[in-house]
Design a protein around this ligand. Structure first.
Ligand SMILES: [Zn+2]
Length: 176
């Protein structure tokens, strides 16, 4: 079974047996920029509902052009930790309804101030995510709220990034 298939199996098991709702997704990470559209399409075909691209974080050698490829791919829902994203890329993200991530993850979070500023100036949507690799990475609403404020977002925008914007992603897919 492919990787996405195994994740979907695990998600179904959790949704059937635990009191939480999980949505399967895929994060396209360290892929050659030119094959991002192909991988995004494939992940969707395999059943991933939310498509994320691992953006050009300041703390890893992500292939240059990854942010550009991600914002130009309408199959992508979220460009994660896009580091020093340009105004042009953020504008394209807005046009293609791709949400930009403020990350609570150590390291990736170093770009949050810039990401927030650029997104607000062009009117691109933001989301506050955890990039969770282990349970200790998970945060509650209050912590996420303070991280949003720490990224320089006004309260109204923090609320949007924590409620309206993630809900919109799920609603567009008929998941909410
Ligand atoms: Zn990532």
């Amino acid at each position: 079974m492919d990787c996405v298939g195994r994740i979907i199996d695990a998600v179904q098991d959790i949704n059937d047996n635990w009191g939480i709702t999980i949505v399967p997704g895929a994060e396209i990470t360290h892929a050659p920029a030119e094959i991002i559209p192909k991988l995004a399409k494939k992940a969707k075909e395999l059943g991933a509902e939310v498509i994320v691209v691992h953006g050009e974080t300041l703390v890893e050698p992500v292939i240059e052009g990854t942010n550009w490829a991600a914002v130009n791919c309408p199959d992508v829902d979220i460009l994660a930790h896009p580091g020093l994203i340009t105004y042009e890329e953020a504008e394209i993200a807005k046009e293609n309804n791709i949400t930009l991530e403020i990350s609570s993850r150590r390291g990736h979070s170093l770009g949050n101030g810039h990401v927030g500023k650029v997104a607000l100036e062009v009117g691109a949507n933001l989301i506050i995510d955890t990039d969770t690799h282990s349970p200790s990475d998970l945060i509650n609403y209050e912590t996420a709220y303070s991280y949003g404020l720490g990224a320089g977002l006004p309260e109204k925008e923090v609320k949007k990034a924590l409620t309206t914007n993630p809900e919109r992603i799920l609603k567009n897919k008929g998941l909410l």
